[in-house]
Design a protein around this ligand. Structure first.
Ligand code: PLP
Length: 434
């Protein structure tokens, strides 16, 4: 397993943030999500320091769906970043963290009236209008509340980023955004521009997730600039902002060549500056929305091994005390992970195993047939790069409680989300009265 951030080998025991995982397991139990705070902060700093220009303002918007907790909102504010939300629940969580709501930007392809009302009442920074259907609803809510709102329009720029089919969002029939190839796009923009309750800021795009091919992003920059220029000219209006979305790929296994944040951010800025000059376009602000690349490698999941079962058919299973309820990605996207036996890093003997969870699903697997150090009941298995889309996609299937999330840094740990209790599992259940 590749080590990230502050991971160290301390006499055969893995430590993160200066604390041995054996100690964390004792203190908080397993399964446990461990977040390397120093690595999260380093990633945030890399974005802030390298996605910067003297020609226009820039902002890094953390895509909260990757991992949202009040603790993340604290860090977002500390690094002068913004944050996005896609649902009333995410908006509520961010609001509950106490950060300035001007930092918040709301997405969603089917925002409810309640959610639109929350956006307007909370006074968020901007809303990203997904499609034509939303304009009237938003305008009416603003009128009723006597408040204006700033808005971008999400456009589908048709870039086919090479990634897994289910997380590709920018094809012509995507459920997200309005296609720039559709002639009605000009009328849609005009409708927003003319609306007295909405202040139109510009365009947003997001071409997919876990993308390694940086050419796709460069193509995105070019298309966004040309489209902004074309529509601004056609309608005779100034369009001050563009938002280029997120989706920068991270390392999960040796099949992945991660995007180097520092180099890539600098190359994006150079491209933006050159193209804005070449096409003679005046843009005031450019934003990006990284999620996975800020928290992915910084998070790990620690499990206790229940034993190793040799099947008659040949597959050898390593049983762990979690599974698809804390990490659905292998079952959902055939995602791959690396892992190690974290309490015995010096274990030299290896065996090919399939790591299986506790759920009543044969597909409840975290790792399929890979060589891992030999383990027995009571050992600790650490799966790396689970910081993004792990906790946020977790479930209570089989009434399994969600694990705790602990932040570690400089030899200290701080619980960010408590482990769910058994009472939590029935807190919304009522006896029926029929
Ligand atoms: C999911 C998403 C992101 C972040 O994607 P990552 O792959 O986590 O960087 C950014 N913007 C939008 C609109 C998204 O839906």
């Amino acid at each position: 397993m590749r080590f990230f951030g502050t991971m160290r080998d301390e006499n055969g025991v893995l430590s993160i943030g200066g604390i041995k995982v054996t100690e964390l397991a004792q203190r908080y139990g397993t399964p446990l999500y461990i977040m390397d705070q120093e690595l999260i902060e380093e990633n945030m700093r890399k974005y802030k320091e390298n996605f910067r220009s003297e020609k226009f303002k820039t902002q890094i918007v953390y895509a909260s769906k990757a991992f949202l907790a009040k603790a993340m909102c604290q860090l977002v504010e500390r690094y002068d970043m913004d944050i996005d939300a896609v649902s009333g629940g995410e908006l509520y969580t961010i609001k509950a963290s106490g950060i300035d709501m001007q930092r918040v930007h709301m997405h969603g392809n089917n925002k409810s009236i309640d959610e639109l009302e929350m956006c307007v009442e909370y006074g968020i920074g901007s809303i990203i209008i997904d499609n034509e259907l939303e304009i009237d609803n938003l305008s009416e809510v603003c009128k009723r509340k006597e408040k204006k709102i700033k808005a971008l329009l999400r456009i589908n720029i048709g870039i086919d980023a090479h990634t897994h089919e289910y997380i590709k969002t920018s094809k012509h029939s995507s459920k997200f955004g309005e296609s720039i190839f559709d002639e009605k796009i000009v009328d849609i923009v005009e409708k927003i521009v003319k609306d007295k309750n909405i202040e139109f800021l510009g365009f947003h795009c997001h071409i997919g997730s876990q993308i390694f091919d940086t050419k796709a992003f460069h193509e995105g920059i070019e298309t966004m600039i040309l489209e902004t220029k074309r529509i601004s000219k056609l309608l005779g209006v100034k369009i001050p902002e563009i938002n280029l979305g997120g989706g920068f790929g991270v390392y999960y296994t040796e099949n992945d060549v991660e995007v180097d944040i520092e180099n890539f951010m600098r190359s994006m800025i150079e491209h933006l500056e050159a193209s804005l000059e070449k096409y003679n376009l005046d843009i005031e602000k450019v934003s990006i929305e990284p999620g996975r690349s800020i928290v992915g490698n910084a998070g790990s999941t620690l499990y206790t091994v229940g034993g190793v079962k040799q099947t008659y058919g040949g597959i050898k299973y390593m049983f762990i005390d979690g599974g698809m309820t804390d990490n659905i990605r292998p079952a959902l996207y055939q995602a791959e992970y690396e892992a190690t036996i974290a309490n015995r890093l010096d274990g030299e003997e290896k065996e090919v195993v399939t790591v299986a969870g506790k759920c009543c699903e044969s597909g409840d697997l975290i790792i399929k047939e890979k060589a891992l150090p030999k383990a027995e009941r009571g050992d600790l298995l650490l799966v790396s790069t689970t910081g993004a889309y792990g906790y946020s996609m977790s479930s209570n299937y089989n009434k399994i409680v969600r694990p705790a999330v602990v932040f570690v840094k400089n030899g200290k740990c701080s619980l960010a989300i408590r482990r769910e209790s058994l009472e939590d599992l029935v807190k919304n259940d009522l006896a029926i009265e029929l």
